[in-house]
Design a binder for this molecule. Structure first.
Ligand code: GZL
Length: 306
């Protein structure tokens, strides 16, 4: 952002003097660490200075980081909002300071979409629907299907939307019953603890729908500790397709994974360059992603980047 009056501040020249502030959610999952690697690697490659902060999944830490980037008068602020709400005040401060904001990965529920220039990330409702469509087809011959849902971080866009998309699809048939739904905060330990508890109260559960691989991997530990066979006695469908999840899928412990790509770094560099050059950027850029069966995981594993 140029200084008020006087000569233009950083970012007036080519790439080499652009400064970007990125406020990351944390390091809660394999997806998140792959996302951080992609972003840091892409800015390194582009020769653009990236100030980076890890909020340990706390919104107040992300808000503090954004405020510090405003103080430092960076050219662009980018962040992945840990939860959907509570951002309007700090985003207004960035707007008043003339610093454009790019949302990556997760969305905000602000009514005023002038508070950010672009959103780059997945369609989480679509991801939930893909998981639901697999469940409907996998359990076509069953009379009743008891489901445990391991939710992502409470209030996070991927948790809200993956639950919504899934419910939209399975809600059409009353044979599907979500007997318990609880947050595991997108972590492996969270998934394990919640699954241990839910297994005690729901020993006859047929399926686990975990909002990310890490909670699914935690659930596998709990299911095995209870003497049951994950992927057979209790089927598991997850979202992400990170390496550890894909290995469990190839090993038959997970039955289906909906991909959510963390590789947003290069597209973010592209958006930053356009914003600094005053060019138009699309308001919403949705990432390409697919789904994996157990057979497809065996095929895809050797080439997976994360
Ligand atoms: C989704 C991302 C989620 C991942 C989790 O885009 O926000 O957060 O699905 C990660 O693994 O913790």
């Amino acid at each position: 952002a140029g200084c008020a009056g006087g000569d233009a501040g950083p970012g007036a020249g080519g790439d080499d003097d652009i400064v970007v502030g990125f406020a990351q959610v944390g390091a809660e999952s394999g997806w998140r660490t792959a996302n951080t690697k992609s972003i840091q690697g892409a800015f390194e490659e582009a020769g653009i200075e990236l100030k980076f902060s890890d909020a340990q999944q706390k919104q107040e830490n992300q808000i503090k980081a954004i405020r510090s980037y405003i103080q430092q008068q960076v050219d662009v602020i980018a962040f992945s909002p840990v939860v959907e709400s509570g951002w309007d005040t700090v985003l207004k401060e960035a707007k008043d300071a003339g610093i454009p904001v790019v949302l990556t990965d997760r969305a905000v529920d602000s009514k005023d979409d002038s508070l950010y220039v672009s959103f780059l990330g997945s369609d989480f409702i679509e991801e939930g629907k893909k998981a639901g469509e697999w469940v409907v087809q996998e359990f076509a011959d069953a009379d009743s299907v008891k489901i445990v849902q391991l939710e992502g971080t409470t209030g996070a866009a991927p948790a809200n939307d993956r639950a919504e998309g899934f419910a939209d699809v399975i809600g059409a048939d009353p044979k599907f019953e979500i007997v318990a739904s609880q947050t595991g905060d997108f972590t492996r330990s969270g998934g394990k603890q919640v699954m241990e508890a839910l297994l005690k109260s729901n020993p006859d559960v047929d399926l686990v729908y975990a909002h990310n691989d890490d909670m699914g991997l935690g659930a596998i530990e709990a299911i095995e500790a209870a003497g049951l066979v994950p992927g057979q006695d209790i089927k598991i469908v997850t979202v992400d397709a990170v390496k550890d999840g894909m290995q469990a899928l190839a090993d038959g412990k997970i039955n289906f994974i909906v991909e959510c790509s963390p590789l947003l770094g290069e597209q973010l560099v592209d958006i930053v360059r356009k914003v600094v050059a005053g060019e138009e950027v699309e308001k919403r850029i949705v990432t390409e992603e697919t789904t994996f069966t157990q057979e497809q995981a065996v095929e895809a594993l050797p080439d997976r980047q994360y």
